[in-house]
Design a protein around this ligand. Structure first.
Ligand code: TRP
Ligand code: SF4
Length: 408
């Protein structure tokens, strides 16, 4: 895809999180903290993917609506600012489902079957029947989520890259099939008539050289010429000529790029990755007493049976958390104290407990405020939903016209 000026100006990002439960510290230190940083740099659309939750959890989906709101409340408590980003629930914008259906018409089954998460998840979640139409369509629903807002970037972790890749392929196929207006050539010629004759003639020469002889230099020259004449043309007209030159249609759904979130494996209470399914989490707004109790119960290096037995921090899940929460001074103290049996495990855990509680304190305070005012949260979501729906509806209209099921 050639980037036009409007693409480069595009600072919009879209991302979603499946509604699986309340936010825990692993979610916070993974995706959420990154979103909170990005909200200052981009125009952000963040949503609770409740329909995606249904694709795997359809048998136990009661209460999802309330859970979506609680998850969003956690996001805001963590520092996502509704004044800076649009925060909404996927099913509140029906265009997600509608675009998914329309895109399904042109998406080959084989593209969906070969997305790696399809087989992976089916094997991993073997307690449920995922041989469903909806589950196969999971990544295509995600494509619709993204393409509706025409973002430049999609911030996601490594595990979601294949879904953004599919999104790009679907967009490309869509543009290829439907970006070609019936009277594309006539329209392109009408635009050429608007620019000066000499330049129009040059453009046609470059176009012929590129399309008939595959002359890449001519393609480059043609693009440069278009940049020169672009000042006098509308964005649509310029895109039309670019499409004409490259031998493809107009770009209706721009291809988004991945903005990769570096995944740090945030350790859970047992040392495995913190995850709801491992039952090893600390909630974002877990009460301080409960945080302390959970950390105190954490297993440590099994070699430290007695207080006088020296240990090895590398064999201790508490150490993994220390490395995230503690400064070098505390780390040195814990490391030396452990190896020399100079400190006991409960002693070692104390500064960690303090750091976690300190990090949570402002979040718990914000959460309390939101808890006191449920209407505020409803209002925040409703307003963002309206704004998202406006943008989504505009894209959907373009899509329907391009596909021929609506009149221009
Ligand atoms: N599939 C994503 C996940 O499990 C969540 C998601 C749904 C998403 N729609 C999206 C992420 C659109 C980015 C963009 O994490
Ligand atoms: Fe783990 Fe600290 Fe105990 Fe060492 S002293 S085993 S690092 S809790």
């Amino acid at each position: 895809m050639t980037l036009t000026k409007s693409d480069l100006d595009n600072r919009r990002i879209v991302s979603g999180m499946r509604v699986t439960g309340r936010i825990h510290l692993g979610n916070y230190h993974g995706a959420l903290k990154n979103w909170i940083k990005l909200q200052h740099e981009y125009e952000c659309y963040f949503f609770a993917a409740d329909i995606h939750a249904l694709t795997t959890n359809y048998e136990h989906s009661a209460g999802t609506a309330a859970l979506s709101r609680l998850m969003i409340r956690d996001w805001i408590a963590a520092g996502l600012d509704p004044k800076l980003c649009k925060i909404f629930i996927q099913s509140g914008v029906p265009q997600h489902a509608e675009l998914h259906l329309l895109l399904s018409m042109i998406t080959p089954l084989s593209w969906l079957e070969r997305v790696p998460t399809y087989k992976d998840q089916q094997e991993k979640l073997d307690d449920r029947d995922l041989a469903t139409y909806g589950f196969l369509g999971y990544p295509l629903l995600q494509s619709a989520d993204i393409l509706l807002y025409k973002p430049r970037y999609v911030p996601v972790g490594e595990d979601q890259v294949s879904h953004v890749e599919l999104t790009r392929e679907v967009a490309r196929r869509f543009n290829f099939m439907f970006g070609r207006e019936v009277d594309f050539q006539e329209k392109a010629h009408a635009v050429l008539a608007k620019i000066n004759k000499k330049q129009a003639k040059l453009f046609s020469e470059y176009l012929n050289r590129y399309q008939q002889q595959g002359d890449l230099q001519a393609l480059q020259q043609g693009k440069e010429l278009l940049t020169q004449v672009a000042a006098n043309l509308s964005v649509t007209d310029k895109e039309r000529l670019t499409g004409y030159l490259e031998g493809r249609g107009r770009i209706i759904l721009p291809e988004p790029e991945v903005l990769l979130t570096k995944e740090s494996k945030f350790p859970g209470l047992d040392g495995q990755k913190m995850s709801k399914s491992y039952n090893n989490t600390i909630a974002l707004t877990e009460a301080p007493e409960s945080v302390a109790a959970k950390i105190k119960k954490m297993p440590t290096d099994p070699a430290r049976i007695k207080r006088t037995d020296p240990g090895d921090p590398e064999k201790c899940p508490v150490w993994s958390l220390h490395k995230i929460y503690s400064d070098s001074q505390v780390l040195d103290w814990a490391n030396n104290g452990c190896r020399s049996a100079g400190i006991g495990c409960l002693e070692c855990k104390a500064p960690l407990i303090d750091s976690i509680i300190a990090e949570q304190k402002p979040m718990i305070a914000r959460e309390k405020e939101l808890e006191r005012d449920p209407e505020l949260l409803q209002h925040i979501i409703a307003e963002a939903t309206d704004a998202a729906r406006d943008t989504a509806a505009r894209t959907l209209t373009e899509v329907k016209i391009a596909m021929g099921i609506a009149d221009a």
